[in-house]
Design a protein. Structure first.
Length: 148
């Protein structure tokens, strides 16, 4: 069961759910590509094959870390509040009532615009959030928060 489903108040509904963009997997994919290239180029050289194996193992670790981060992060907008949750055992949550939201900033690089991901910062009255980095479809998120 998702975190948001456990904390919904009576009568509260989820209007939008966001995720971290798949681009988080790119470092792992680059390491795997380097491992394949080293394996093909290495042939029978043990040192190059060891580098290929090392790249593959580190790539697996990077892939697992990215998958776990994406799996344990929830970004939701309800009709009453904005909720951000990350972590599995050590959980970090931020919630802001819609009445307290002043603005939502979206920062996108050129690659972020092409692949539809970016960083989001929610500003509230008297408080603000740290940037939520690498969020998929950040303009949709902003539109759901500011549409009230």
């Amino acid at each position: 069961m998702r975190y948001i489903e456990r904390i919904l108040q009576p009568g509260e509904t989820v209007t939008y759910s966001g995720k971290i963009h798949w681009v988080i997997y790119l470092p792992a994919l680059a390491l795997w590509a380097a491992a394949v290239a080293a394996f093909v180029a290495g042939g029978s050289f043990p040192a190059i094959l060891a580098v290929a194996a090392l790249c593959a193992v580190i790539g697996f670790g990077a892939f697992f870390r990215a998958w776990f981060k994406r799996w344990t992060t929830e970004i939701d907008v309800t009709d009453r509040r904005v909720v951000y949750k990350r972590g599995f055992i050590k959980r970090h949550t931020i919630e802001m009532n819609m009445d307290k939201v002043e603005s939502v900033d979206v920062d996108q690089s050129i690659l972020g615009r092409l692949l539809n991901y970016g960083d989001i910062t929610v500003h509230g009255t008297g408080e603000g959030w740290e940037p939520l980095c690498g969020i998929g479809a950040p303009l949709d998120f902003r539109n759901h928060v500011t549409a009230r």
